[in-house]
Unconditional design. Structure first.
Length: 402
């Protein structure tokens, strides 16, 4: 039974990787600039939210209640997805999840896949598995696209190329994609260059793969929050949409989702609301697999097929432990940005998909403490992570325990 985190782990230990990061002033400059800016934006956004403390308390209660009754809400969610015409697959391990997606792609004769940002797909090592089967998979989030071109892992759960500067990206586009000097002059010209490249990928894709920020138990809806249109294109243009969802990413009702959507973007990027908040409820065709209705101009948007893969991969083990509180996490990344250790060494030093304070708990929780025993020491125990967490997770307590 396989629990993947990264496909290939570094042979170096955490302290050696950290020393290497600390010796790179270019990296530290990039980290300091971005984390400081995001934190300042977060502070302003939270200060501008009426009754912010009460809302955070309420959000914590919602997460605690949901995780405490996870079995009930997951079954209700899965039933609702099926009623809406979707398919649900329960994946106990990473291997089960990747096998399901691979088999589906082969059965449907998929040639090209577009993927929006999904940290759980990084946890599964999905790209590597699909590529080994001869399938072409393209990251469409701009940061993830750049990381893929650079053949690097994301270094932050929200900002995957936080370790790169504008100049780094310009050099990469010229070297790997043949961009001209005029096409990399500014951030806007580089974005336009990437958009032109990716537009063709959306038009030609047979399958779209996304993560899920929140699944709504009462309706079977999937909520995706992004700042780029790639998430919407990935989930609506290809005929097949595969949504990868950790079993903890659930809220009971639409009203509970409303609470989370007031806090997540403010904590993650300092926005009142992300540019795109997508709520997807079922595929557009709700007939049987072998009798898909012919599309007409009056059909709703969306794929012909929706497959929701519910991923355990160690989460059930955390659920029954003293680390269960880490499952409250909404993946905003605020604890990474506020952590004085992360600010100095960045995400790659952790050698895990999940870095920073939350990753120093989640990674050992999912994959075992023995191979990751160094990560809980990557902390000053200053408490900044708990202070900025939108659902007030007591990260220092769990770091000390580990």
């Amino acid at each position: 039974m396989t629990r993947r985190n990264s496909d290939i782990r570094s042979p170096l230990n955490f302290y050696t990787r950290s020393a290497k990061s600390l010796s790179e002033p270019h990296l530290r400059t990039a980290l300091k600039s971005t984390t400081n800016r995001i934190l300042q934006n977060r502070t302003r956004a939270i200060e501008g939210l009426e009754h912010a403390d009460a809302l955070r308390d309420h959000a914590r209660l919602v997460r605690a209640h949901t995780i405490g009754h996870l079995d009930k809400y997951l079954v209700r969610f899965a039933d609702a997805v099926v009623r809406c015409g979707g398919k649900v697959y329960w994946a106990k391990t990473a291997e089960a999840a990747t096998d399901y997606v691979t088999t589906l792609a082969q059965k449907k004769k998929v040639r090209s896949i577009v993927k929006s940002k999904s940290m759980v797909s990084e946890e599964l090592g999905l790209n590597q598995v699909l590529e080994k089967k001869g399938l072409r998979i393209i990251e469409t989030d701009l940061g993830e696209y750049i990381a893929q071109i650079a053949e690097e892992a994301p270094s932050h759960i929200i900002a995957p190329i936080i370790h790169k500067t504008r100049g780094d990206v310009a050099s990469l586009f010229k070297e790997k994609l043949g961009a001209t000097e005029a096409e990399v002059t500014t951030v806007s010209t580089m974005t336009n260059f990437a958009r032109r490249k990716l537009r063709l990928e959306f038009l030609n894709a047979d399958m779209g793969i996304s993560g899920v920020n929140f699944g709504v138990s009462e309706t079977g809806s999937l909520c995706l929050v992004t700042n780029e249109g790639n998430g919407r294109l990935t989930t609506t243009m290809p005929q097949i949409h595969v949504a990868l969802m950790g079993i903890e990413r659930i809220v009971p009702t639409i009203e509970d989702l409303e609470v989370m959507l007031q806090l997540l973007p403010r904590s993650a990027t300092g926005q009142k609301l992300t540019v795109y908040t997508n709520i997807i409820t079922g595929p557009r065709c709700r007939s049987s697999e072998n009798n898909l209705a012919r599309k007409t101009v009056d059909d709703p948007d969306g794929p012909d097929e929706l497959h929701v893969v519910l991923i355990d991969n160690g989460r059930s083990d955390i659920l029954g432990s003293s680390l269960a509180e880490i499952l409250y996490c909404v993946r905003c990344g605020a604890c990474l940005n506020s952590c004085p250790v992360y600010q100095q060494i960045g995400g790659h030093a952790y050698d895990s998909v999940y870095s920073g304070p939350m990753g120093s708990i989640l990674t050992p929780g999912l994959f075992g403490l023995e191979p990751w025993q160094e990560l809980p020491h990557a902390s000053t125990l200053c408490g900044a992570c708990k202070e900025v967490c939108p659902v007030r997770i007591d990260i220092p307590r769990m770091l000390l325990e580990l």
